[in-house]
Design a protein around this ligand. Structure first.
Ligand code: F6P
Length: 332
C-alpha cells in the first residue's frame, strides 16, 4: 500500500466513448473510498494546461453512469505535445499536491501520457482503455466498443430493410480508424455479405468478385466498409466500382458519429466500473505507469508504453469467418 498518494486527478481524452462516465464514477468513488481527494480535469490534457480542474465528490458523479459521452468533456490537445505544455500541466498538478493521474482514453492519449510519465516520474499515471475502436494492445476490450457495435448492428438491420425492399447493394461505412474490429464484428453480427477491412489486401477485388457472382442473382446485399481502407472511403469505392455495374443500384451509407454516442450497454458500464476500481488499486500499490486492461474476463496490468507501441490484431479466425459465412466465395 502506497500511502503517499492523497490526491488524484482523472481526465478523459481523445474520442469520447460510451462508458467513460461509468469509469469516471468508479475511479472517483474508489479513490474517495481509499481516503483520497479527487479532482476532475475538464477537456482532457488541455484542461491540465489551462488549470481547469474541479473537485469531485461522490454526488458529482451520481446520475452519470447511464449517459454516453463524458461529463468531464474531452479534447485532442496539441499544446500537450510540446515540452512547455506538459511542464505547465505538471506544475498545475504539483501546486495542488496531486501525485496520481488517471487517463481514460485511447492509444493517442496513452502516447502523451507515457511521455509525461517519463518526464515527471513522481506522478503516477494509470490508463483506462476507452475507445469505440477496441484497438489498444494488451486488452481484449476497450470501453465503448460494445455500445458502438450494438449501435452499428441496429443501423445495419434498418438499412437491410431498405436494401431488401429494393434489391439494392449498400456500402455501409463504419468507424475504427486503421482497425477493423467494429467492421468485422458488426459484419458477422448483422449477416453482412462482404466485409472490407484494412487488415486484408485487395479489398476492391474481393468486392468485384462478389458483385460478379451477384450479377446473376440480382439480390440485395450489405457490404460493411471499414473507414481505414487504403482503397478509400465507401463513397470513393462506390465511385470506382459503380461504372462497371450499371445494372446494380449501389448506395452508400456512412454511419459516422452516431456510432460514438448513446447509452452505454451493461457490458460497457460494468467493465468501466471494474477498471476504475482497478486504477485506484494500482495507485495504492505504488504503480507508476500502466494501463488496467481486461483479458480473459479479468483485470490485467500492462505497461503503458506497450499499449501503443505494439499492435493489437484481429484473429485470422474472425477474418476467415466473414469469408466463410458472408460471401460464399470459393476459397482461392
Ligand atoms: O477513435 C475513435 C474514432 O471514433 C475513430 O473511429 C474515428 O476515426 C475517430 O474517432 C474520429 O474522431 P474525431 O473526429 O473526434 O477526431
Amino acid at each position: 500500500m502506497n500511502n503517499d498518494v492523497k490526491k488524484i486527478a482523472v481526465l478523459t481524452s481523445g474520442g469520447d466513448a460510451p462508458g467513460m462516465n461509468a469509469a469516471i464514477r468508479a475511479t472517483t468513488r474508489a479513490a474517495l473510498h481509499s481516503g483520497m481527494e479527487v479532482f476532475g480535469v475538464m477537456k482532457g490534457f488541455q484542461g491540465l494546461i489551462d488549470d481547469d480542474l474541479i473537485p469531485l465528490k461522490s454526488q458529482n458523479v451520481s446520475g452519470i453512469i447511464q449517459r454516453g459521452g463524458t461529463f468531464l468533456q474531452s479534447a485532442r490537445s496539441s499544446d500537450f505535445k510540446s515540452v512547455e505544455g506538459r511542464k505547465i500541466a505538471y506544475q498545475n498538478l504539483k501546486k495542488r499536491d496531486i501525485s496520481a493521474l488517471v487517463v481514460i482514453g485511447g492509444d493517442g492519449s496513452f502516447t502523451g501520457a507515457t511521455t509525461f510519465a517519463v518526464e515527471f516520474p513522481d506522478i503516477s499515471i494509470i490508463g483506462i482503455p476507452a475507445t469505440i475502436d477496441n484497438d489498444i494492445y494488451g486488452t481484449d476490450y476497450t470501453i465503448g466498443y460494445d455500445t458502438a457495435l450494438n449501435t452499428v448492428i441496429e443501423a445495419v438491420d434498418n438499412i437491410r430493410d431498405t436494401a431488401s425492399s429494393f434489391n439494392r447493394i449498400f456500402l455501409v461505412e463504419v468507424m475504427g480508424r486503421e482497425a477493423g474490429f467494429i467492421a468485422v464484428n458488426s459484419g458477422i453480427a448483422s449477416g453482412a455479405e462482404v466485409i472490407m477491412v484494412p487488415e486484408r489486401k485487395n479489398q476492391i477485388d474481393k468486392l468485384r468478385k462478389f458483385l460478379d457472382r451477384r450479377a446473376q442473382k440480382n439480390k440485395s446485399s450489405i457490404v460493411i466498409v471499414a473507414e481505414g481502407l487504403e482503397e478509400g472511403s465507401a463513397m470513393e469505392i462506390a465511385n470506382i466500382i459503380s461504372p462497371d455495374y450499371p445494372n446494380f443500384d449501389i448506395k452508400v451509407s456512412v454511419l459516422g458519429y452516431i456510432q460514438r454516442g448513446g447509452r452505454p450497454t451493461a457490458k460497457d458500464r460494468v467493465i468501466a466500473s471494474l477498471m476504475g476500481i482497478a486504477a485506484i488499486e494500482a495507485i495504492n500499490d505504488g504503480q507508476k505507469s500502466l494501463m488496467v486492461g481486461w483479458r480473459n474476463e479479468e483485470i490485467v496490468h500492462v505497461p503503458l508504453s506497450k499499449t501503443f507501441k505494439l499492435e493489437k490484431s484481429i484473429s485470422d479466425d474472425m477474418l476467415n469467418a466473414v469469408e466463410i459465412i458472408g460471401t460464399f466465395l470459393p476459397k482461392n
